[in-house]
Structures are given as C-alpha cells and as structure tokens.
Design a protein. Sequence first.
Length: 401
Amino acid sequence: MRTPHIPQTQDGGPLSGLKVIELGQLIAGPFAGKTLGDFGAQVVKVEPPGTGDPLRQWRVVQDGTSVWWQVQSRNKHSVVLDLRTDEGRAEVRRLIDEADVLIENFKPGTLEKWGMGYEALAARNPGLIMLRISGYGQDGPYRDLPGFAVVAEAMGGLRHLMGEPGRPPVRAGVSLGDTLAALHGVIGVLLALQARAKSVGPEAPKGRGQVVDVALYEAVFNCMESLLPEYSAAGVVRQPAGSALPGIAPSNAYRCADGQVVIGGNGDSIYKRLMAAIGRGDLGEAPDLAHNAGRAARVDEIDAAITAWTVQRPVAEVVATLQAVSVPVGRIYTVQDIAEDPHYRARGMIERIVTATGQVLEVPGIVPKLSATPGAIRTLAPGLGETDPPAARRPEQGYSA
C-alpha cells in the first residue's frame, strides 16, 4: 500500500499550512477537526474501509449520504485505512510523521494497544500535538468506562438542572457534551501550538508538542458557572427551575397570546424599563427591588406581573414593545425561524452550497468571525477515500440543482 497523496490546501485562513490528522468518528473529534479546517488547516480524515465514519448515515440521508456530513466534514480530505491491520497502522504513522496535530476520540488505551501512544509517535515527530477526547479523560478511576455525551452531560451537572422541578430531567436535542468537548479541544490545540512556537530551538526545530487531554464530562462541568462554589460555601444544591434562571430575576420564558418569548430583565436599569413598559411602575420603583437580591426574593410576584401583561398580547407586539425600550427579549426560534431570519443571513451564518450531486443545501456559516483572516468553506465534504474533494460551489456562481 502506498501512502495516499494529499493535495496541498490552498493558502487561506490563519491556520493555513497546519497539517491535521483526524482519527475520530461521529461528533466530538470531527467537530474539532471541522473547526480547524474552517480556518485553513489541512485536515486529513482517516476512515475505516467499507462504511467510513458512521456519521455518513446519521439522521436525514439524501443521495446516500447524511446532509449533516456536508457540515461536519467540509474542508477535509478522506483517506481509507484499516487501523486494525499492521499495514493500515504503518500508513497512518507515515501521515502522522508529517502532521502538526493528531485528533483522536477512541476509548483510552486503544492507540497504545496499536503501538501509537503519544510517546511512540512523538519519538518520530517531537512537534506533534495530540488532541485526545474521551468520556472521562486519559487517567483516573473511570478512564476505561464507555463515555457518551449523554452520560457526560449528566455527570457534568447539566442534566440535573434541565427540566421542571419534580419531573425527570430533559435533554437538548443536540449533543452538547460532544460539542463543548470539541471546542475545549480546539482551544487546547491553539494553546499547545503557541507553546510549541515558544519552544523552537536547535534541538527542536518545530518546537515541542504535547498532549491535549479533554474529557467530555469536564468540558460540561467547566460551563457550570457557580454550581460548585455555591455548594462549597453554603451547601446549596441547585435544583432544576424550568425556563427560569435561579437567583437571577427576572429572566424567564413567558406565555403570550400566540406563543412564548424569553425576557432577560435582570439588569437593574433594564428591570425598571421593563416594569414601566408593562405598566407596573410600582414594582419598578420599589426600593427593595432595585437590586437583584431583592428581586430574586420576590421572583414569583415579578414573573406573575410580566405574564399578566404578555399573555394578553401576541409575540410580535411583546417583542416590538420591549425592544423599543432596550429590554432583551426574543421569540423562541425553530429552525424555520432561523432560516428566515435576515440577521442570520446578514452575518453570513447561513451559507448555500451545491453538493457533488447538484443539490442546493443551506449549511451553518463560520464561527468565530475574524476581521483580517476569516474562515471559509473551501471544499465540499469528501466522499469515502476522496483525497481531493471538489471546491465548494455556490448557486450564485452559476451552478444549480
């Protein structure tokens, strides 16, 4: 077997010239690879023969491939190698020898079993940065347990807070744990690249690499704000509170005549404007409600007053009235609302591409937005084993379904 030829990625983006090997599957590892690829890194995705990444067949499938694939694997190349064989592992080692970053989200110990632990790989490529995403991390008593995002969200403290008091917790309809881990992984890679650049010397021409160890549950836990210090200081175990934000008032979802809105009126001056707008100046000017602590103590009364006003009005009127006095308010969007919203399009958050089969598809744009070196969708998601995927095409460039 010959080492696959990977065409050089055209210059563009702040990570142009960075070579990334992606061994992960499904969500966490590949989302990290996608983010690096959006900003110019050359991302080579290694897939198993036959079916490739299972994500190719997840959720809505058209023309034999998941439409999700067009997002998760854009700006990547695909190489088919069987890592269960000596030959496949030898080929992937050759790719890693030339790489800056390796992404993997196997069960801890899998790469070591294949002779591809970090020490072995770094002996051949001392500048290698290895992003390892797993359920519980590379060490600790839970290291070898299987870990999915659903479990990480529960262990990280998020699930307990999601839902109505006294009822079973709910989940968001997306894999938050995976995505949070991927974003923490990208941060870790960028930090490690900065450290590597500072370590360049005669004995390390590329600088010294390192391992970035991201556990799904830790990525979730890192976003839990004051949960732990409140328990440590006062024994407070925060409980689920539905659509409200405990201890911060008013901030909730409110019923309207034809739907619901969310209102964030918890700033001191914002609160006064909100109360004036709904005709409750008495609550707005009450001395004990001038600051959040007092409002939190009377949150039920405040929420009841807001609801009494919103429930008599349609969503559009509530939104227009409160926006006019600079109170944060918004409809609760469905994906149809997102697709039709002019602000999303003005910000480039909805891009239209033409797939390899000629389908016009709308996909999320690039985040974050850099003023001088922005990211871009340069190539379509590759077919299985497609090392040179076609350039991303836009309908306005003369292509149509």
